[in-house]
Design a protein. Sequence first.
Length: 283
Amino acid sequence: MIRPRSHQTTTDVAAHYDTLDPLYRDLWGEHVHHGYWRTGRETPAEAVVALVDLVADRLDLAPGHAVCDIGCGYGATAQELAQAHDVAVTGVTLSAVQYGRSARRVAARGALAFEIGDWLANRFPAASFDRAYAIESTEHMDDKARCFAEAFRTLRPGGRLIVCAWLASSAPRPWHVRHLLEPICREGRLPGLGNAAEYVDLLSNAGFSVAQVEDISGAVARTWTVCVWRGLRKLALDPRYRRFMLCGNAGDRVFAITMLRLLAAYRIGAMRYAVLTAIKPAD
């Protein structure tokens, strides 16, 4: 597990998303996660929905399922799944700003509910959910073992957990860690960046059977090319972005550099992205 030089707390994570809210929505959109270029011909908007569709497929949803979105962001993914699959989705986020936007969402089918709080200290009863998913949120949790233990506790027997995760390569070179991965953790408020084998061990230790690990790094890496170009366009055309880069808090402005690190880390293979399917035994 790669750890940043400075410890990242849940307060740091919440403040990061609250402060950078306009930037995230402009550059990433309402889903705030990678796109999935399954064919390579998708537009960025289609690629984002394609990742949601991939998660839905791995969840094996059925109408009426109770589903938990662990780290729900603005609630766009929860809304998409509720409407498309007629399920009841409960989302949890640390960010007050994200909660404010997600709580205003209404699903045409299914049901939506959102809570602000720390998943590691959630109060959901045992066996509350049929399915759960965490799209790019486990990276922000310091105690990943507890994260997966809570998922196991709150899922019903036979339930599924789908994890989409930023990961480090299995054997990153020292300069990859020093110049790319550790700064990405520190600047992106990631208390720890694991690799695929570490995630499998954590899930197994929590009691899950890991059915599948899909490395889709090549199909999601274009996300950062899109984000960088969007950022450059905003910088050129929008004076608010120029003011932010010149006058904003240094700890927030550095995210512009983080995007370039991410772009480089994917291109050289130091950063990976995987979708893990974990099943709680039925017995």
